[in-house]
Structures are given as structure tokens and as C-alpha cells.
Design a protein around this ligand. Structure first.
Ligand SMILES: C[S@@+](CC[C@H](N)C(=O)[O-])C[C@H]1O[C@@H](n2cnc3c(N)ncnc32)[C@H](O)[C@@H]1O
Length: 234
């Protein structure tokens, strides 16, 4: 039995193939620039140290890699992984001044790296798109060194009922913005659908624990619109 959901892979490929060249601009517009602060909070909690080797999964255009290297004043290295070559090519172009990045086209569910390779595994707004989240988490655990850290930024569940209504109303405008800017609402309907279908904070914590990680914790940002989960290979 294969655990890879082929239709989800096809859907994710189609979505990111149609938005890759406007991806960064749409992120800024949709989140009113706040995604930059969320990513900064991820790096702050990660608190990397000199010479750490990061694997940034579902890297897209490499925002996490760039923030990580900036934080370490370039004294670290990053392997940026994404199955979508068009997204990776955008990242390569954007970050061509950084020489500590190695780019790799692969899926999170099957990584071409040896066991115990990386100090930190990050994934930002990527887990929702994986065709098999549990398989990807097992791979994350495998490629991390003992004592290594898993850290994930993802859309989550707004815990305050009133704020949730405001957020839901706002979400409905996103596909309209997509239609106007990218010329296609469909990728943004997909975005909203994957956010709705994704785990809440506590359930995702359990899924991470079941994949073999220890000391799993999370922090809500922006009243739970997104959450950062942190875990360790103990
Ligand atoms: C919303 S983007 C996130 C990009 C970037 N990390 C960020 O925070 O801006 C999601 C990325 O997940 C990638 N992706 C989709 N399926 C994947 C999989 N099975 N394994 C790894 N990455 C995947 C897509 O190609 C896309 O680049």
C-alpha cells in the first residue's frame, strides 16, 4: 500500500505552479505583511547556534533560510527542500547572494538524506500541503540528529469565538484578491480549504508526539491564526 495521496500531490503542484511568480507579493497582501513577523517569531524561538545545519522543508522561496542565515550572520548552513522546482527557482533568484544554501527538489515524505544529518528541521506553511503528514514527520525524525529540533509554523485555530468570526469573514475575501492579483481564485480557495481541514493546536501536538518526538510544545500567534509547534528528537 502506498501512503502517498497522489491527488493531493497533483493539487499542490497545480496550485503552486500557478502562483509561484506572485507568491511573495500575495503573502504580503493577504497577511498585510504579518507573515514576516510570524516567520521572525519562528526564528526567535528556534534560537539557532553557530554552525547549525538547518533543513527547511517546503521552503518555497526560502524565507526561513534567509532569516536563519541573517540571524547567524551567515555562520550556519541550510538545505532548502521543496518538490516544486518553480518555487525553488524563485527562491534561488531571490537569495542568489547567499552561498550557504543548498537547494533540493524532493517531497517531505521521502527525503534523499541519511539518518541523523540535520540539527534543526523547520517547516513554515508547508505541513498542510503534505500528502501524508505522518509519513513526513517520521522522515523529519529520521533525518534529524539525536537532540535535534523540529519547529513548525502553520495556520491553526482561532480560539476566541468573536475573533474567529472576524477571521472567517476576512478569509472569504482572499480568493477575490487572488483572482484580482494572480488572475485565478482557485489556488486561494485551496488555501482556505487546507486551513479549515488542518488540525487544531492540541491535535497536531499529539500527531507530532506519535511520530516519535518529545517535549512537544506550541505557541499561538495572532490569537491562534497561526501556531508554532516545537519538538525534539530525544
Ligand atoms: C505555502 S508554501 C510555503 C513556502 C514557505 N515555506 C513560506 O513559508 O513562505 C507551501 C510549499 O509547500 C510545498 N509542498 C507541497 N507539497 C509538499 C510536499 N509533499 N513536501 C514538501 N513540500 C511540499 C509547495 O511546493 C510550496 O512551495
Amino acid at each position: 500500500m502506498t501512503n502517498i495521496n497522489q491527488s493531493k500531490i497533483k493539487k499542490a503542484t497545480k496550485v503552486f505552479n500557478s502562483v509561484f511568480n506572485k507568491y511573495d507579493m500575495m503573502n504580503d497582501l493577504m497577511s498585510l505583511g504579518i507573515h514576516r513577523l510570524w516567520k521572525q517569531r519562528l526564528i526567535e524561538w528556534m534560537n539557532p547556534k553557530k554552525d547549525d545545519h538547518l533543513i527547511d522543508m517546503a521552503t518555497g522561496t526560502g524565507d526561513i533560510a534567509s532569516a536563519f542565515l541573517k540571524r547567524l550572520k551567515n555562520q550556519g548552513s541550510v538545505t532548502c527542500v521543496d518538490p516544486n522546482k518553480l518555487m525553488i527557482d524563485q527562491g534561488k533568484k531571490k537569495l542568489k547572494y547567499l552561498d550557504k544554501i543548498h537547494w533540493n527538489v524532493s517531497n517531505a515524505e521521502k527525503l534523499p538524506f541519511s539518518d541523523n544529518t540535520f540539527d534543526i528541521y523547520s517547516v513554515s506553511f508547508g505541513v498542510r500541503n503534505f500528502s501524508n503528514i505522518k509519513m513526513a514527520l517520521k522522515e523529519a525524525h529520521r533525518v534529524l540528529k539525536g537532540g535535534g529540533r523540529f519547529i513548525c509554523l502553520e495556520f491553526s485555530k482561532v480560539e476566541n469565538e468573536y475573533m474567529n468570526k472576524v477571521y472567517r469573514a476576512y478569509s472569504k475575501t482572499i480568493p477575490l484578491l487572488g483572482k484580482y492579483i494572480v488572475g485565478d481564485a482557485e489556488p486561494y480557495n485551496y488555501l482556505i480549504k487546507t486551513i479549515d481541514e488542518f488540525y487544531d493546536q492540541e491535535t497536531f501536538k499529539k500527531v507530532i508526539e506519535e511520530s516519535g518526538f518529545g517535549n512537544v510544545e506550541y505557541r499561538n500567534l495572532s490569537v491562534g491564526v497561526v501556531a508554532i509547534h516545537s519538538a525534539w528528537k530525544v
